[in-house]
Design a protein around this ligand. Structure first.
Ligand code: PEP
Length: 231
């Protein structure tokens, strides 16, 4: 299983270091094939060394360096030896207004740089209520401009209505969606949306769920570890 912690706009450099130190001390208990990722805020990047945890960035601008006020580019994240990026998160699509065109531009830029890409897709509640065909049609539209044959990427399916709401998609909804996605793009598919210690077991057992992307329940080392060690 793949376990990804997305801190969003939480934690500082100091608390991220404490978190990672504590996490690393326990990761000898994980299953050998489990992979663990942490995405701290950009200001918390540092010279972290661990063979058990991959550090990624939640965002970067598709440019080496240049005039893009408030953004960071390749040169800034390369300083931390980071080669993993989250692209297409619904909060960036919705709150920051990132269009599919801009997201595809980012994907292709970081693909050219051989980054490992975690590519997020998801539907609104309005679309979910129209039924599974409408959901799949919408999710497939989020592959527009994306080179799905790229070796080094995985998908995170995150229904927007399940992110940070405490409401998880049902086992049936996850199964149906992941099965349909797997037929379109044969890559690892993670589920994200209010994953916590009470639902991880049943989510982890679903066929075609290759991992989880976790927001709220990843913010404390103990709760994230509980997901890794008890799923
Ligand atoms: C997320 O950040 O992508 C996410 C799934 O958050 P949460 O686990 O809090 O729903």
């Amino acid at each position: 299983m793949i376990y990804i912690a997305n801190f969003k706009t939480n934690h500082t450099r100091e608390t991220t270091r404490e978190y990672l130190t504590k996490l690393q001390l326990q990761l000898f208990k994980k299953r050998p094939n489990d992979k663990v990722y942490v995405f701290p805020p950009l200001t918390a990047l540092d010279d972290y060394q661990s063979s058990d945890v991959t550090i990624g960035v939640q965002n970067a601008y598709p440019i080496k360096n240049g005039a893009v006020t408030g953004e960071v580019g390749l040169e800034q994240i390369a300083e931390f030896n980071i080669k993993t990026i989250l692209i297409g998160h619904s909060e960036r699509r919705e709150i920051l207004g990132e269009t599919q065109k801009k997201i595809a531009e980012k994907f292709n830029f970081f693909k050219e740089q051989d980054f490992e890409i975690i590519y997020c897709i998801g539907e609104s509640l309005e679309i979910r209520e129209k039924g599974v065909d409408a959901v799949i049609e919408h999710l497939v539209s989020q592959f527009e401009g994306i080179d799905t044959s790229y070796e080094n990427f995985m998908i995170a399916y995150e229904p927007i209505w399940a992110i940070g709401t405490g409401r998880t998609a049902s086992v049936e909804e996850i199964t149906q969606t992941h099965n349909a996605l797997k037929k379109v793009v044969d890559k690892p598919i993670l589920y994200g949306g209010s994953v916590n210690s009470s639902n991880i077991k049943e989510i982890a057992q679903i066929e075609n769920v290759d991992g989880v992307l976790v927001g709220g329940a990843s913010l404390k080392t103990d709760t994230f570890l509980e997901l890794i060690l008890h799923s």
